[in-house]
Ligand binder design. Structure first.
Ligand code: HEM
Length: 404
């Protein structure tokens, strides 16, 4: 048994902009030096698909380290720091279960499917507005889709969306580990916090956009039953608004990025909604958006390596599916492949994405209609990439196309 700190490990410069532009060769090279582990300035990185799964099976000996992130960012005393230490992803044990149990009934596959007409309506309206242009930045276009759906789900007025969009975009950089983003993170937290508190107050006074019970009604019921404080309710709303925004927008943009060079696959998306689901799964295996970390809270041993309490482990959910030592033809984009190793884009374990069925339904409906209305897309490629740690993705994807 060797201590993790004594291993000769490859180094991954995850925080470097060049790394974010193309992380795959760095991970491939790292695996030739050590089969499942690398070192980085932010902590140790698990580089192998099986090791990610095996270690997450030991998650009782780990927790999410948002308190450490706050310290690393020098953010104590800010609104952003308060939120980071309070939201559902930073909770553990019974506290986490209580919040998750309150939300869970609204996030079943059946509930997600009930929202499909709304998802189709939102994307159709957006396409009515954007498709006649013949050229636009796909990332900007894609950013309007999940936020509009989420606002409808939580009963927020659509008129609020433009003001919220920039704040959500900024809050998506929370796990970037880059203190330079702190002023934007703080400002964004203030905007969204004020928004959700106003929304709750208006609903409690009787205002409602439409007459159907929505997610906000469910949460208000939990509050009046004594299961949720006002602060917790507000933090859940903020988390839901942000969690579904950047992630969904980035996966849709990455999908378009892959499909502009694959016209046959793109054309099939216009014909076949079920095939869109396969394309999205393959995109999420090929490169999804999220890489998060855990703090080891009780000594663990894995493959003869001792990992002591206090170690930070990063799990690259975004690209674990590209581990060529585990997955056959890992670098081939093939939506028809047998998914013997399901992608980990929605993470694993206690915090596995609660919104995954909504995300899957929303993105499949979106891609299906986009492929019908935006035909023969071409693109010179991405303008840039977001930081790799946290929520990764393309920054600006100009496309030209033939409107249908
Ligand atoms: C393609 C889109 C999405 C991706 C790639 C994604 C990814 C993830 C990942 C990787 C996690 C776990 C992070 C960790 O363990 O450290 C997570 C958690 C979560 N996601 Fe998503 N997500 C997506 C869409 C959504 C949507 C649309 C919603 C809600 C409307 C949502 C709500 C949540 C919630 C509430 C959690 C925290 C669960 C908990 O702590 O128990 N996500 N997501």
């Amino acid at each position: 048994m060797q201590a993790i700190t004594e291993l000769a490990l490859p180094h991954l410069a995850m925080e470097e902009p060049g790394f974010a532009a193309n992380p795959f060769p760095h991970f491939d090279a790292a695996r030739t030096t050590h089969p499942w582990l690398a070192h980085s300035n932010l902590g140790f990185v698990v580089t192998n698909y099986r090791a990610v799964r095996d270690l997450m099976a030991m998650e009782v000996s780990m927790r999410t380290p948002y308190d450490q992130m706050v310290d690393l960012m020098g953010a104590r005393g800010t609104q952003w720091a308060r939120f980071q230490e309070a939201h559902i992803l930073s909770r553990a044990g019974p506290e986490h279960k209580r919040l998750r149990d309150i939300l869970a009934p609204a996030f079943t596959p059946r509930k997600a499917n009930l929202h499909r007409p709304l998802m189709r309506e939102v994307i159709a309206r957006l396409l009515d507005e954007w498709a006649p242009k013949g050229a636009f930045d796909f990332e900007t276009f894609a950013s309007w889709f999940p936020v509009t759906v989420t606002c409808r789900l939580i009963g927020a007025p659509p008129a609020a969306i433009p003001a919220l969009r920039k704040s959500m975009e900024d809050l998506g950089l929370s796990v970037s580990m880059d203190p330079r983003f702190l002023p934007e993170l703080e400002a964004a937290t203030g905007v969204i916090d004020a928004f959700v508190l106003d929304l709750i107050a208006a609903r409690e006074k009787g205002w409602q956009d439409g007459d159907e019970a929505d997610l906000l009604d469910l949460l208000l019921q939990a509050k009046s039953d004594g299961g949720l404080s006002l602060r917790e309710l507000a933090d859940l709303l903020i988390f839901l608004i942000v969690a579904g925004f950047d992630t969904s927008k980035n996966v849709l943009t990455l999908t378009m990025y892959e499909l502009v060079g694959r016209p046959e696959i793109y054309a099939r998306c216009a014909e076949d909604l079920a095939f869109c689901g396969k394309v999205l799964d393959e995109t999420m295996r090929f490169h999804s958006t999220t890489t998060t970390n855990r703090l080891v809270t009780a000594d663990i041993a894995y493959r003869d390596v001792a990992i002591p309490t206090g170690t930070v482990l990063w799990f690259p959910w975004a690209i674990a599916g590209r581990d060529g030592t585990t997955i056959a033809d890992a670098d081939a984009f093939d939506p028809d492949r047998r998914q013997d190793h399901p992608h980990l884009g929605f993470a694993l374990g206690a915090h596995i994405c609660l919104g995954q069925f909504i995300a899957r339904a929303q993105l499949a409906e979106g891609l299906h209609l986009i492929a019908q209305r935006i035909t023969k897309p071409r693109s010179p490629g991405p303008l840039g990439w977001r930081p790799f740690p946290g929520v990764w993705g393309i920054r600006g994807l100009p496309i030209e196309f033939t409107p249908a």
